[in-house]
Design a protein around this ligand. Sequence first.
Ligand SMILES: Nc1ncnc2c1ncn2[C@@H]1O[C@H](COP(=O)(O)OP(=O)(O)O)[C@@H](O)[C@H]1O
Ligand SMILES: [Mg+2]
Length: 200
Amino acid sequence: MKFEEPEGATPLDPDEMVGLKFDHITTRGELDELEQANITEGLRWLSRRRSGDSLTDDFVRTLHKRLFGEVWDWAGTYRLREKNIGIEPFQISMQLHILLDNARSWAENGTFDPLEAGARFHHRMVQIHPFPNGNGRHARIATDTYLSDCFDHAPIKWASGFDHQSDNARRDAYIAALRSADAGDFDPLLKFVEGSSEAG
Ligand SMILES: Nc1ncnc2c1ncn2[C@@H]1O[C@H](COP(=O)(O)OP(=O)(O)O)[C@@H](O)[C@H]1O
Ligand SMILES: [Mg+2]
């Protein structure tokens, strides 16, 4: 079974499709719905969370499992396959560790304004691409958690009213901004997160 993916999404390998916990799914829409229901549950878990350190690999994996674990049995485990986006699988754990340490020091030392710290955290997280799928959705929620926990900052309005899973102008701007950040230019991503964190 193969699903149409929007631009900038990661296709699943056949051995990752095996991890789908429902065997009656035939369309992308059905899968989206199941995942969305799981994410809603995950967000509920996140909002009930009283305290605890969100800059740990345990939290990163637990969050992914809470968001996708009802649908995929590999949720919360790092990918073993190479993807068109992302570093080599064997480097994931080390690079993620470095990112979490850096993010902590940005917050403690005030290296960047909150939104710039958030943008850099988000970009590196999706660039590492720790999981077989769900990296964008997971990293957007992880970034909002970072902003809230470490800066007491409001969440980013990532989709700004659009559906972030499908193709539209806002998603195009988001993917283009990530590609600029890949090339070392963070300005478009900064504009993207700044433009979306204000009222509206
Ligand atoms: N050039 C890129 N550089 C860094 N990250 C990217 C790039 N292109 C796409 N991404 C990220 O990868 C995500 C897609 O990965 P995927 O694992 O399919 O996540 P999801 O299933 O949540 O959409 C996008 O939402 C985006 O966050
Ligand atoms: Mg995907």
